[in-house]
Each structure stands twice: as C-alpha cells, then as structure tokens.
Design a binder for this molecule. Structure first.
Ligand SMILES: NC(=O)c1ccc[n+]([C@@H]2O[C@H](COP(=O)([O-])OP(=O)(O)OC[C@H]3O[C@@H](n4cnc5c(N)ncnc54)[C@H](O)[C@@H]3O)[C@@H](O)[C@H]2O)c1
Length: 291
C-alpha cells in the first residue's frame, strides 16, 4: 500500500532534532521526499546517510531570508515539486519579562519564529500555486493560546503564528494552498534544557528525564513525544486533511483543559476551609473511578 505522503515533497525546518526529526522519520516512512533544513550540520549529514535518495539536508538558518528561499528552491531542484512546508525550527528564547524586555530579545524571537514562518510561506506560495496547491504547516504552541506555558516573548511569537495561520489561510485557500498550525503541549525534546542555557550536546541527554518528569503534567498519563506532533503534521500534510484550512491543532494530552486531579480539587480548597467544611470531601472529586 502506498504511503500517505506517496509522491509528495516536503521542506521541514528544525529537522535535526525533536519534533522536526520525528516528523522527518514519519514523512519518509509514509513515502515523502524531504528537504531537512537545520543548523546542526552533523545531525543533518547523519540524516542523509540514513535516508539516502529520499532526503537532502541543507544548512538553513531560518533567521536569514535567503537561507529559507534556498531551502525551498532546493526542493524543486532536487525532487521537482513542493507539496508541504513545515515551519518548525525554534527555541525557547530569552526569559525577558514585561519589565526587562529588550529590542534585541524581541527581534531575535520574532525573527526565529514569526518572520521565519512568514518567509517559509512566502517562498512556498508561488511554487505551490503553479503546481495546483499545497500544505503549509507551522509549529505554534499552547503558549500561543494561553498564559502559563512559556516566556513572554516566546508566547507572543507563537500567538502571532496562530493568527498568521488564520489570515493566510483565507488568502491562500482559493489557490488550494492550505495553511494550518500545530500547538504542541509539553513534548520531550532538548528545547527545555537548551532554553536554560545548557549546551546542545548536554541538552540532548536530558530528553529521557524530561519525558519522565512530564508524564503526569497532563490528563493523558504519559509524556508527549515528537511522534505525537509528527502524526499531526502527517495528517495536515496529507490529502486526508484537504478540507482543513486555517486550523490550530492542539496536541497536548489535554493540558490546556484546566487543572485535573489534586490540582483541580485544590482550586476549591480555600472556599471549603473558609466555610468550615472538611476539604477532605474534595478527594471524591479527583478519586479515580473504581474498576
Ligand atoms: N518541545 C515542546 O514542548 C514544544 C512545545 C510547543 C512548541 N514547540 C515548538 O516546536 C518546535 C521544535 O522544537 P523542539 O521541541 O523539537 O526543539 P529541538 O530543540 O529539539 O529542535 C529545534 C530544532 O530547531 C533548530 N533551530 C534552532 N534555531 C534555528 C535556526 N535559526 N535555523 C534553523 N534551525 C534552527 C535546532 O537546531 C533544532 O534542531 C519549536 O518551534 C518549538 O518552539 C515545542
């Protein structure tokens, strides 16, 4: 049986690690040919060795417009077409807050996330239009939907990607170019350790510990994995989603639905205490169903 991306060509940025790497693996397995774009050349070269004719690695710093254009042009030069661009490269960025924000911090985060996704779209559109359509996907975040999941600048940038998705979807839909984004929850990758200043090689070793720490962070009792986001990207890249446009697909194990378990009962605890009622009553609310 042909794969779900049989004959399709995709450009994936941030392809060397985490979500991007997981998406490369799944896209190739499903029959796509892939341009893997990143700044980690050693990992990119290993991807080329692993996937042979199905993949080309290109060094592409997504903060540089020319690098993005070159990566997209390489898809046509190498594989003759372009069906999907996955604007995924990113990092946590500076931890500046509303009082300490700097112009440099602001510009670096917006360039890495918002401007890169915008230019990924810009250079894909003429090629996709000429070929009758395509799918543009960007990695936003639950941090772009609500407070509490990332630093200020990162969250603002991800919110901008969500809105860019809706406005661009309206503009490009008539050309059969679909624009969607994915809002991951907590996904076990090196991004957290890198965001805290650890070197990439050290951060790469933290993934298992992050996965262990995150397994009870959301109602689904396991950590989010790159494969979870890759499956969402596969759906959005494939013809199965041909009527899905302008959507922000949340893949977070339910973390954004609100507090669960003990955390949920703790919301009410002060009220019960104020009324002189035993807060122990609340345990019934969070007790798991009897099997
Ligand atoms: N891991 C999570 O919990 C999570 C949650 C929400 C959103 N995201 C988003 O997912 C995307 C992927 O992150 P990840 O968790 O897989 O992290 P990761 O660190 O494993 O992967 C990010 C990749 O982007 C690359 N990259 C960074 N700056 C780049 C640049 N200027 N040009 C080209 N490539 C660059 C890195 O080299 C790396 O390979 C990011 O946009 C991130 O904001 C992650």
């Amino acid at each position: 049986m042909a794969g779900r991306l049989h004959d399709k060509v995709a450009v994936i940025t941030g392809a060397a690690s985490g979500i991007g790497r997981g998406t490369v693996d799944l896209f190739v397995k499903e029959g796509a040919r892939v341009i893997a774009a990143d700044v980690q050349d050693d990992k990119g070269e290993r991807l080329e060795e692993e996937y042979g004719k199905a993949l080309r690695y290109v060094r592409c710093d997504v903060t540089k417009e020319g690098d993005i254009k070159a990566a997209i042009d390489l898809a046509v030069a190498s594989f003759g077409r372009l069906d999907c661009v996955f604007n995924n490269a990113g990092s946590g960025g500076p931890l500046e807050n509303a009082e300490t924000v700097t112009a440099e911090g602001f510009d670096s985060v917006m360039h890495l996330h918002v401007r890169a996704a915008m230019f990924g779209m810009k250079y894909a559109v003429p090629i996709m239009r000429a070929h009758g359509g395509g799918s543009i996907i960007s990695t936003a975040s639950i941090a772009g939907l609500q407070n509490g999941f990332g630093p200020l600048l990162y969250s603002v940038a991800k919110a901008a990607i969500v809105h860019m998705t809706t406005v661009a979807a309206a503009q490009l839909g008539p050309m059969n170019i679909r624009v969607n984004c994915i809002c991951p929850g907590l996904i076990a990758t090196p991004i957290f350790a890198k965001g805290m200043g650890l070197a990439t090689q050290v951060a790469d070793q933290t993934v298992a510990a992050v996965a262990e720490a995150a397994k009870n962070s959301q109602p689904i009792p396991r950590a989010g994995l790159p494969r979870d986001i890759a499956e969402a990207a596969l759906y959005l890249a494939s013809d199965a989603s041909s009527f899905v446009n302008g959507h922000a697909l949340v893949v977070d194990g339910g973390i954004t639905v609100g507090p669960t378990g003990d955390a949920q009962t703790q919301v009410y605890a002060p009220f019960l205490k104020a009324m002189g009622i035993d807060p122990g009553l609340l345990e019934q609310m969070s007790a798991p169903p009897k099997t």
